[in-house]
Design a protein around this ligand. Structure first.
Ligand SMILES: Nc1ncnc2c1ncn2[C@@H]1O[C@H](COP(=O)(O)OP(=O)(O)OP(=O)(O)O)[C@@H](O)[C@H]1O
Length: 274
């Protein structure tokens, strides 16, 4: 089966500002030849600690930044070879959800306008009626009433705003969703609701996820396979439960051991005498 997403040897450097007038600009290599692939309908997690390069990888897969070398192919299209207009058209097939829906939902715009924006130029949604019908469908899919379209982002809770962000991603009927820490900013019970919703949608629409998170518990719930990233390199990859239950790489072992274990019995908090 041909992979839906194929990432090959991505290398990404950032140039750091000069420390002084006489010093040379420094190069920071954030991705050291990252490769991975994802099949249609599969959910692949990228797990690693802060600064390991997860978001840089997500932005590179989306074509939001261009690495120094390597390639990203989505549904057979080499996205770095596409012009701006072609990339915009190709985005129909891959969408993104980010951690902070506040940051990505324009507070000045109604939900209707936010949801319509990705589809205005699609041939199959050019009329106002067809757009309105799609908006109704995606709101229903994420469990929001049709009347939500008339409201503004600030009128919703964090979990509901993330539902709107998911609806906006769904509206182009994508095959792949790149989800960068989509539940990290939510309370635990709301996290569970959003993860359940994402799993339902995956089944319903045959979606694939590239799911980025530092949270091993979340990874166990939503991903089939996981790739562990450390200092810009994939150090271990495999079925999620296998990798977490029997980690092979020392970094994965440290990551797994860092998760607090449940304890039995009550434990008193130690308080220093005044
Ligand atoms: N635009 C940029 N310019 C310079 N350095 C950058 C830039 N973006 C990211 N970096 C650096 O690249 C490294 C990886 O950052 P990245 O955001 O990809 O990590 P991450 O694993 O997503 O971390 P977090 O979980 O904290 O979001 C960090 O050292 C970061 O400081």
């Amino acid at each position: 089966m041909i992979a839906l997403l194929e990432v090959r040897d991505l290398v990404r450097d950032y140039t750091l500002p000069k420390q002084s007038l006489l010093s040379k600009p420094q190069n920071l290599r954030v991705l050291h030849g990252v490769s991975l692939s994802l099949k249609q309908g599969e959910s692949l997690g990228i797990v690693g600690e802060s600064g390991s390069g997860k978001s840089t990888l997500a932005r590179s897969v989306m074509g939001l930044e261009k690495p120094q070398s390597g390639s990203v192919t989505i549904n057979g299209k080499d996205i770095y070879s596409l012009g701006r207009a072609e990339l915009k058209a190709a985005r129909k097939e891959f969408q993104a959800i980010f951690q902070d829906p506040y940051g990505s939902l324009d507070p000045r715009h109604s939900v209707r306008r936010i949801l319509a924006e990705p589809v205005v130029s699609l041939e199959d949604a050019t009329t106002a009626e067809s757009r309105e019908e799609r908006i109704r469908q995606v709101l229903e899919a994420v469990g929001l009433p049709a009347s939500a379209a008339d409201k503004y982002p600030h009128e919703f809770s964090g979990g509901q705003r993330q539902r709107i962000a998911i609806a906006r991603a769904l509206i182009t009927r994508p095959k792949l969703i790149v989800a960068d820490e989509p539940v990290s900013a939510l309370d635990v019970s709301i996290q569970a609701q959003v993860l359940n919703l994402m799993m339902d949608l995956q089944e319903q629409f045959g979606l694939s996820y590239l799911f980025i998170s530092h949270d091993l518990g979340v990874m166990r719930v939503i991903t089939d396979r996981v790739a562990v990233i450390h200092l810009g390199r994939i150090v271990e990859e495999g079925p999620t439960n296998e990798v977490f239950d029997n980690p092979q790489h020392p970094y994965t072992q440290a990551l797994v051991n860092a998760v607090p274990k449940p304890f039995s019995g009550r434990r008193k908090m130690r308080v220093k005498a005044p």
